[in-house]
Design a protein around this ligand. Structure first.
Ligand SMILES: *Cc1c(COP(=O)(O)O)cnc(C)c1O
Length: 394
């Protein structure tokens, strides 16, 4: 399939910050518009009989989608990318494209709730088989790999406890049995973690989160290291119809320009909040890859380029303190997404993880007091003051 490469993202040696800022700029040859146009047409005229141009039909590819795909591929160091209408549809597309009924998927026992539900429900329908494994447990992992899975999904840091697993080690073991290694890099973004350098074959993002960063669109992306795999999956993308709109692709490109500054500032603020909570007498525990008490801290130090802006914590005492605390907050919004410019707080028991049984939550270490924060771009002093006044009030 022909794809137009945006001129500003072709240069491999540019820093990620520059690649993101210059995404799709100066691509208008007619008027010299600096910012790319939104190309709403669903179909494209053929150059002549039997000669399509770069684009023919919008389900397959559009200029706006193509431009964002090239940018995200460049940011991750991949050869190609496929943009989809949600993160879940990216994972679904990959599953449909790669898996047959006898194939086994190994997924993390604590993976994103939507991924857990998708793998579980499709397995129950017989599309493929799934085994959920605690991937930091080397013995359990090796045992699962003996069944020669077709695909292994790695997600690190985990949600909501921010536990880190060793991508390089897991990828090496998985490759020994011929599995395709897929890393969900949503939490880290290409700025803070480079899964291809650690052995991944495919990278997934929910662009709904940090890549767009403004909580105003849904999108997902698959990034590939090998063109042949990308071409197979692209055929399926067109076959199923997983495309997103040109308008959303345009907005995503707009959000991407500030990716590096957002991610770096948000994680700087997160470190200050972690420090504040960790020293507060009313806090029982703080979970963040920067802390030696969080499993995988040593791996995070070598594997990640930073510790990220997601953290979770538990308030001391009875569970009724948690809703009281949330009620007192003036800045943080009680909502369950992440990676936006606005700071959000969520309560896994009643929100993201409410579909999981109480016993399973307990086994996974998710208490009813656990709260997760996605640190935004507000002044960190205001955020800390907000947390402090709410803690003082309970
Ligand atoms: C949100 C999320 C997804 C799903 O993405 P949607 O865009 O909401 O469909 C997948 N993986 C992780 C880690 C996520 O945070």
């Amino acid at each position: 399939m022909t794809k137009q490469i945006s001129s500003s993202t072709k240069v491999k040696s540019l820093s990620k910050r520059t690649i993101a800022v210059r995404s799709g700029l100066n691509s208008d040859e007619q008027h010299g518009a600096v910012i790319p146009k939104i190309s709403l047409s669903t179909c494209y005229g053929f150059a002549e009989f039997a000669k399509p141009r770069s684009f023919d039909y919008g389900r397959k590819s559009t200029p706006n989608r193509d431009s964002v795909e090239q940018t995200i591929a460049a940011l991750e160091g991949g050869v190609d990318a496929i943009l989809t209408n949600t993160g879940m549809s990216a994972i679904h597309l990959l599953s449909v494209a790669l898996l047959s009924p006898n194939d086994l998927v190994i997924a993390p026992h604590d993976c994103y709730g939507g991924s857990y539900r998708l793998f579980n429900s499709l397995s129950q329908k017989g599309y493929f088989k799934t085994q959920f494994v605690e991937q930091s447990n080397e013995q359990a992992l090796k045992q699962a790999l003996q069944q020669k899975p077709k695909l292994i999904l790695i997600e690190t840091p985990s949600n909501p406890l921010l536990r880190v697993v060793d991508i390089q080690k897991i990828a090496k073991l998985a490759h020994e049995v011929g599995a395709i290694v897929v890393v969900d890099n949503t939490f880290m973004t290409p700025i803070l973690q480079s899964p291809f350098e650690l052995g991944a074959d495919v990278i997934i993002h929910s662009c709904t989160k940090f890549l767009n960063g403004h909580s105003d669109l849904l999108a997902g992306v698959l990034v590939f290291k090998e063109q042949s795999l990308a071409d197979d999956v692209l055929w399926w993308s067109n076959n199923i119809g997983t495309a997103n709109s040109s308008f959303d692709a345009y907005l995503l490109q707009r959000g991407l320009r500030t990716l590096s500054v957002r991610v770096l500032t948000q994680q700087e603020s997160a470190l200050k909040i972690v420090n504040f909570l960790n020293n507060h007498p009313k806090i029982a525990a703080v979970h963040h890859p920067s802390l030696p008490s969080t499993p995988g801290h040593d791996i995070a130090k070598k594997q990640q380029k930073g510790f990220g802006s997601l953290l979770s914590f538990e308030i001391k005492g009875s569970a009724d303190k948690t809703p009281l605390f949330i009620e007192q907050l003036k800045i943080f919004t009680l909502a369950q997404s992440l990676g936006g410019t606005e700071s959000l707080i969520s309560h896994p028991t009643t929100m993201t993880h409410s579909g999981i049984s109480a016993e399973a939550r307990k086994a996974a270490g998710i208490s009813d007091q656990l709260l997760r924060i996605s640190v935004g771009l507000e002044d960190v002093n205001d955020l800390i003051e907000d947390l402090e006044q709410a803690l003082n009030a309970i």
